[in-house]
Design a protein around this ligand. Structure first.
Ligand code: CU
Length: 109
């Protein structure tokens, strides 16, 4: 077999074309809601990251997008809310019950 043919065969067997962008890693990042703030208060993540918001306080809280794209509803103490962020951009997130609880998220490469 000629070398060129071997290369073609190897390329055909590769799971993805060599030019394909690397798939985003399926990462999870935990954000805590305590009484009465997000921890951390700001974060930058790669597109495709799943944020897991966990209410670790004694009071109920929400995870609400200021532009209305999502809302966790009321999270009782111990409850969690997961969302995967695929769209790059900036997100201003707050707690609807305590609007001074704010969280700033940047999704980007
Ligand atoms: Cu709250």
């Amino acid at each position: 077999m000629r070398f060129g043919a071997l290369l073609l065969l190897l390329a055909a067997c590769a799971p993805m074309p060599l030019s394909a962008p690397k798939a985003p890693e399926a990462a999870e990042v935990r954000v805590s809601l305590v009484d009465f703030e997000f921890q951390p208060k700001a974060l930058k993540v790669a597109p495709g990251t799943t944020l897991v918001f966990v209410n670790q306080g004694q009071a109920p809280h929400t995870v609400t997008d200021s532009r209305g794209r999502f809302d966790s509803g009321v999270l009782a103490p111990g409850a969690e809310f997961r969302r995967t962020f695929t769209e790059p951009g900036n997100y201003a997130i707050y707690c609807a019950l305590h609007p001074y609880m704010v969280f700033s998220l940047e999704v980007g490469p």
